[in-house]
Design a protein around this ligand. Structure first.
Ligand code: GAL
Length: 582
């Protein structure tokens, strides 16, 4: 935990590594062809980016399994993993659908072998990884493993950077079925996330073994920049912790507006069979007092989130086992229609989600996150139904009867919920309508003001459109701008240029309403922070500094990241617009 935290603090201190020559890596194949596997040049990057589609048969429903991190962190060994595999079978977890047993960070030796290959930590895993994989497979489970696309993992063990092909081949040889590819130190790679993950996709395909690829990038917007072309799932959040605030926070990165413009109503439109939003692994069984276990599990099920258990299965209590294996709740998650549930009501403390199912019924979650007991009602017209409808309680596995026009879950205490199935099998209920592309990406020739688009990823404060952060006109050094984005403090905002724009222009400066002595800094990145492709840097600006004009060539840029930094400072991207030529 400590190492990761300190990693985080240095994460945004970038070191640009101009990486070098392509040593024949593009053409070399085969497990033992080490020479060709060890290095990358831009041509390999380009080839990978233009290359490979994801295996379209994997993860058609959200992956289910167990991962070692939430309970053991890096303290894993052969005995624990074998015992966990046994427990997955004996507890009924495997038969409930938890198939992947994933070894997270901490499995490998401090350095590669003399030929550059990854090896297991000899003290923790004396039999080696192939043997562990064989054991996992012998139990009817699938074998998952952790690596990192930086030169080190978050625990400072050998990362895959510059060993991509060799490592994917090694994993294939060990019988790996699932790879969680993390992002610590990846900002040093000099590669965009799209380039990095496309490389893994390419070498997974070349390795010739079907392996799920899980993007672990602290939620840096994979849904926006094309994670689905490379991977079966991607994180939408930072790490989850075993308390309910963290659980709700992570859920809101996928189901709410933590990480995307509120108009999208969550990330549901980016999920579907073979590509899932991942608000991180389960803390069911790790939460203090167990209060919240059902709320946590219900949320992950309605959000079609990957279900990676993270508790110690060797000491699984009956009550936690019943939650993790609740058959009708899991069915909601695993529904083959693959719609991610979306909010139809949110008062802050009280939420209702709807997830239309394959059989023509729909699953509805009514949840009280707040301190006071409450009744929560769902009106049928909010979920595309009317009249008299059958209602089934999915936790109790019990029909509740027929309800006309609405259903009320009574007296829900804090973290209390009802997860119901509404309706009778029949024709499919309509899913929600996705956001039209012209609302969130550059689609037309000419000028598109970013303030007229919905941002597709954000971290920190959301910007104000065509206003300063106080909702007044944007004014810098006495000049008022009708268009632009008003920011306060740290705000990272991603817009989708969609490879369509030629230039990006803006005028940046601190807003006249700001009277403090703080400094603000404006930076523009290609895509996300990982490639460290800084297209513009204003340097530190103070109140009254002359404005800086931004005028950038953005041809071929998928997403543009606008980063404003300045503690409590008001800064504007005045007149920010993209220009696409005919
Ligand atoms: C984090 C990741 C965690 C865990 C950890 C291992 O970056 O988000 O899920 O894998 O690294 O060090």
């Amino acid at each position: 935990m400590k190492l990761r935290d300190s990693y985080r603090t240095i994460m945004f201190v970038f070191i640009v590594i101009v990486f070098g020559v392509c040593i024949n890596s593009c053409s070399s194949e085969g497990v033992n062809n080490q020479a060709g596997e060890m290095s990358f040049g831009l041509s390999a990057v380009q080839e990978a980016v233009s290359g490979n589609a994801v295996d379209n048969k994997l993860a058609l429903t959200p992956p289910m399994g167990w991962n070692s991190w939430n309970i053991f962190e890096a303290d894993i060994d052969e005995k624990k993993i074998r015992q966990t595999a046994d427990a997955m079978v004996d507890s009924g977890m495997r038969d409930a659908g938890y198939i992947y047993l994933v070894l997270d960070d901490g499995w490998m030796a401090k350095s590669r072998d003399s030929d550059g290959y990854l090896v297991a930590d000899p003290n923790k895993f004396p039999s080696g990884m192939k043997a562990i994989g064989d054991y996992i497979h012998s139990k009817g489970l699938k074998f998952g493993i952790y690596e990192d696309r930086g030169h080190l993992t978050c625990q400072q063990l050998p990362g895959s950077f510059k060993h991509e092909q060799a490592d994917m081949n090694t994993f294939a040889r060990w019988g790996v079925d699932y790879i969680k590819m993390d992002s610590c130190f990846a900002e040093n790679n000099g590669r965009l996330s799209t380039e990095d993950y496309a490389i893994y996709r390419k070498y997974i395909t070349k390795a010739g073994r079907p392996m799920v690829l899980s993007i672990s990038d602290f939620g840096n917007g994979a849904w926006a920049w094309g994670g689905e072309d490379m991977a079966q799932l991607w994180r939408t959040s930072g790490d989850i912790y075993p308390w309910m605030d963290s659980v709700y926070h992570c859920a809101d990165t996928s189901g709410g507006d933590r990480s995307i413009h509120p108009a999208f109503n969550g990330l549901w439109q980016f999920a579907g069979p073979g590509h899932w939003n991942d608000p991180d692994m389960l803390q069911v069984g790790n939460l203090k007092n167990g209060i919240g276990n059902k709320a946590h599990f219900s949320l992950w099920c309605i959000l079609a989130a990957p279900l990676m258990a993270g508790n110690d299965l060797r000491s699984l209590s009956d009550s936690v086992r019943k939650i993790l294996t609740a058959p009708e709740v899991i069915q909601v998650n695993q529904d083959p229609r693959g719609i991610q549930g979306y909010k139809v009501y949110d008062s802050g403390d009280h939420e209702v989600y709807n997830k239309p199912l394959q059989d023509g019924t729909t699953a509805v979650l009514l949840l009280n996150k707040g301190p006071k007991p409450v009744d929560i009602t769902i009106d049928w017209d909010k979920i595309g139904l009317s009249g008299r409808q059958k209602v089934r309680d999915l936790w109790a596995q019990k029909d509740l009867g027929y309800y006309t026009d609405s259903y009320t879950a009574g007296d829900l205490t804090r973290h209390g919920l009802m997860l119901i199935k509404v309706g009778s099998p029949g024709p499919l209920l309509a899913g929600p309508a996705p956001m039209s592309p012209d609302k969130y990406m550059v689609t037309k020739n000419g000028t598109t003001y970013l303030s007229d688009l919905y941002y597709i990823w954000k971290h920190g404060n959301a910007p104000k459109s065509d206003k300063n952060f106080n909702n007044n006109p944007i004014t810098i050094n006495g000049i008022t701008y009708n268009k632009g984005l008003g920011c306060k403090s740290n705000s990272k905002i991603m817009y989708k240029l969609n490879n369509k724009a030629d230039r990006f222009k803006a005028v940046v400066g601190l807003d006249d309403s700001y009277s403090g002595s703080g400094q603000g800094r404006f930076r523009v990145y290609n895509e996300d922070l990982f490639g460290n492709r800084v297209l513009f840097d204003s340097g530190r600006m103070s109140k009254g500094s002359s404005v800086k004009n931004v005028d950038l060539d953005v041809k071929g840029v998928k997403c543009l990241l606008l980063v404003f930094e300045g503690k409590n400072v008001f800064g504007n991207w005045a007149n920010a617009h993209a220009i696409a030529k005919d």
